[in-house]
Design a protein around this ligand. Sequence first.
Ligand SMILES: [Zn+2]
Length: 146
Amino acid sequence: MSKRPNPNLAKIHRNYTVEEVADLFSIHKNTVRLWVKDGLATNDDKRPMLILGSNLRDFLQAKRKSKKRKCLPFEIYCVRCRLPQLPAENMVDYESINCSMGRLIGLCPSCGGIINKYFNIAQLEQIQGKLDITLPKALKHINESA
Ligand SMILES: [Zn+2]
């Protein structure tokens, strides 16, 4: 399974044993031990080793961030999911800022939130075919004649 553990599953005021963390995220105990080696804080003076939920959550969120990859031209970064997302139904609106710059606005397919990014109209060819872009009428005209 390649699904990433969801940091929000960790209850911040709870203490977890290694086994409980493994159960929580359906992962192997050794993965949890690797996280500890990797910097996940524990109460290492006590046995059994306990991990505070808030530390677990912080650790996983930081881990996600470090894996953050750049958006492809047709993806928009979702601040809620903290991931580049392909807009729902591949549909975006183009909102013009000036003659060369605008904003692409779409919906995140995972959380349903609005996602948007700045976009240079010169890059239009890179994303046409990938995304269904709703252009304001004036721009549609420019694009057709170009
Ligand atoms: Zn999202």
